[in-house]
Design a protein around this ligand. Structure first.
Ligand code: THU
Length: 133
């Protein structure tokens, strides 16, 4: 599935807001919602490194805050200005597996607009979920 160009533009637009004092590795994420809206997120770091929040989780938590649920998310873009792809980290994959439906495409877009697309369900094989509790 080809990525939605407007979604890529939105994810790249928010890169300038990324708070990346410590890594200098900006990440932007954008979610396309069923109603047409776009929800974005950036990474927000902290001097206590472990408290940093990734762009994907920022976007997903914002979507929840605005009242959206997993059935509203139809497409995801994750991007960085670096000349190589950013692939969602393990923590984000775990959160994505709970808050995004399995068949939703996740596009990873680098600073040169190279794209790799995976379905959400491909990102966390054998993941832990509510069924395991
Ligand atoms: N980062 C994200 O925002 N998303 C990912 O999926 C990978 C990593 C951020 C976390 C940290 O602020 C920086 O990139 C370097 O690890």
């Amino acid at each position: 599935m080809k990525p939605d160009h407007e979604l890529i533009i939105a994810a790249k637009y928010v890169l300038k807001h990324a708070y990346v004092k410590y890594s200098n590795f900006p990440v932007g994420a954008a979610l396309r919602m069923k109603d047409g809206n776009i929800i974005t997120g950036i990474n927000v770091e902290n001097a206590s490194f472990g408290l940093s929040n990734c762009a994907e989780r920022t976007a997903l938590f914002t979507a929840r805050t605005e009242g959206y649920t997993k059935d509203d998310i139809v497409e995801v873009v994750v991007t960085t200005p670096k000349p190589y792809l950013v692939s969602p980290c393990g923590a984000c994959r775990q959160v994505m597996s709970e808050l995004i439906n399995p068949d939703v495409p996740v596009h990873m877009v680098d600073g040169e607009n190279n794209v790799v697309t995976k379905l959400n369900q491909e990102l966390l094989p054998l993941g832990f979920s509510e069924g395991d509790l």
